[in-house]
Design a protein around this ligand. Structure first.
Ligand code: ATP
Ligand code: MN
Length: 432
């Protein structure tokens, strides 16, 4: 008999695991030990998606054929290192936040088979970072027909400027997620989702509906947008479901989705191998965040609405005045459309080798020279000297600025990505 309890170290945490031989999925004889092993192996990927998100847990203490319960409040015997966040308008709930592999192992040891996540994550729990569409087919609806609905919904979303990611639910349907900048309230995101779903169901009235009542849906697929509400959840990517065969809510590329006949082939016993082999199709999903299509404002109006802030009132004037565009390969000044918080760090070998940090704001790249080296790790401050705004297309600029031109020398892209505002003050802002 294998041991039924174990003391293990996961990262810097000591955990006491219990009842490891308990069978949670009788049909496929999957034990709690296997569930724990799954979550431990999938942890690096799962955590990238769920870090900072309040979680609801579905526990099956005696396996999936016995009582399950939704647990929202953090169990009061949770170890002190388990992160949590108290949220709620009237009644507060102290939600668990999984921050490290040990958190997932600890939850799996509670026979918490399913993890469900909120759409907002720290530090802006009230600003969703995606818009979700839950396609809910009626009983017995063939999966290929679900795919046949997901594909045109994706097309509609992409025609509106969104990027669209898909996962199986581990049940009958699929979830489509369109990452958005965490700048808008749940109401705004919900309204945008409603607009999309109304147009979509109007174009596909035979097969889709917004009707919540089961009787009124008939044989049509519900396009459920009501998840886009505060405190609502969807099952986390790579969460196991408490259903026969231990299916996993599996992120897929659109090509993989089209090849899927039976979503239960993605399950506790196959998902990790697949992940190792194919990678995570949702990797870096946050960097595809866009503006809500209902909230796009023209940069000209935005710039006009803003008071001139010390810099010249005409955007990019200082940039233009320093350069001759028939001599330098640098991009011409141009105010860009609605931004999505890109940043770039240039390594700039001019008279002295230094770095330039540029952050997208108000249709331009706010720029700083960093002459004394980059901070070696977060929390270390290094001098940054504000310089003139650069045009947004400068995020892609690499090349040699000729002798005699401003900033003459070579410029390379050292790092690129997206940043997040964490605090805004009268005289500046914080970001990461
Ligand atoms: P399926 O494809 O079978 O519909 P699903 O995960 O989408 O699987 P739904 O019943 O459509 O299941 O529910 C959508 C989401 O709503 C769930 O993933 C879950 O996060 C949330 N949810 C469902 N039931 C509850 C509940 N009783 N309490 C809290 N949240 C729930
Ligand atoms: Mn569903």
């Amino acid at each position: 008999m294998p041991r039924t309890t174990a003391n293990v170290a996961v990262g810097k945490r000591q955990l006491e695991l219990s009842n490891l031989n308990k069978v949670l999925f009788p049909e496929s004889q999957i034990t709690k030990a296997e569930l724990i092993e799954y979550y431990l192996k999938a942890a690096p990927t799962i955590l990238r998606h769920i870090k900072g998100r309040p979680l609801s847990l579905v526990r099956y203490p005696d396996g999936i054929e016995r009582t399950k319960f939704f647990q929202k409040n953090r169990p009061d015997w949770a170890p002190a290192w388990m992160e949590h966040i108290s949220l709620g308008d009237t009644e507060k709930v102290d939600y668990v936040v999984a921050a490290e592999p040990a958190s997932l192992v600890w939850l799996a040891n509670l026979a918490c088979i399913e993890l469900h996540q909120m759409h907002g994550r720290a530090p802006h729990y009230d600003k969703p970072d995606y818009m979700a569409f839950d396609l809910d087919p009626p009983q017995g609806f063939p999966f290929p027909q679900v795919i046949a609905i997901a594909l045109p919904l994706r097309e509609l979303l992409e025609s509106l400027g969104y990027h669209c990611f898909v996962k199986t639910t581990g049940g009958k349907g699929v979830h489509l997620l369109a990452p958005v900048e965490p700048q808008w309230s749940f109401d705004q995101v919900f309204e945008a989702a409603k607009q999309v779903a109304r147009d979509f169901t109007a174009a596909h009235p035979q097969t889709t509906t917004l009707e919540l009542r089961k009787a009124a849906r008939g044989a049509r697929v519900l396009v459920d947008i009501y998840r886009n509400r505060p405190y609502q959840t969807i099952v986390c990517p790579y969460s196991v479901r408490g259903r026969p065969r231990a299916p996993v809510s599996m992120p897929l590329s659109w090509e993989q989705l089209e090849r899927t006949a039976d979503p239960a082939t993605f399950n506790l016993r196959t998902a990790v191998d697949r992940l190792n082999r194919e990678g995570d199709p949702w990797e870096a999903m946050g960097s595809y965040a866009t503006a809500l299509h209902t909230e796009k404002r023209s940069p000209v109006r935005r710039a006009a609405a803003k008071k001139p802030s010390g810099q010249s009132a005409r955007p990019l004037r200082a940039y233009a005045e320093k350069r001759s565009f028939d001599q330098t390969p640098e991009p011409r000044p141009k105010l860009a459309a609605e931004g999505n918080r890109q940043f770039v760090i240039h390594r700039h070998h001019s008279s002295r080798l230094h770095y330039d940090l540029r952050l997208e704001r108000d249709g331009v790249l706010k720029s700083w020279a960093v002459p004394k080296g980059m901070p070696p790790r977060p929390g270390i401050k290094r001098l940054a000297v504000a310089v003139e705004d650069h045009p947004l297309s400068y995020v892609n600029f690499e090349g040699t600025i000729p002798e005699g031109q401003y900033g003459a020398g070579r410029m390379w892209v050292f790092a690129r990505g997206k940043y997040e505002l964490t605090k805004e003050k009268k005289d500046g802002f914080y970001f990461r």
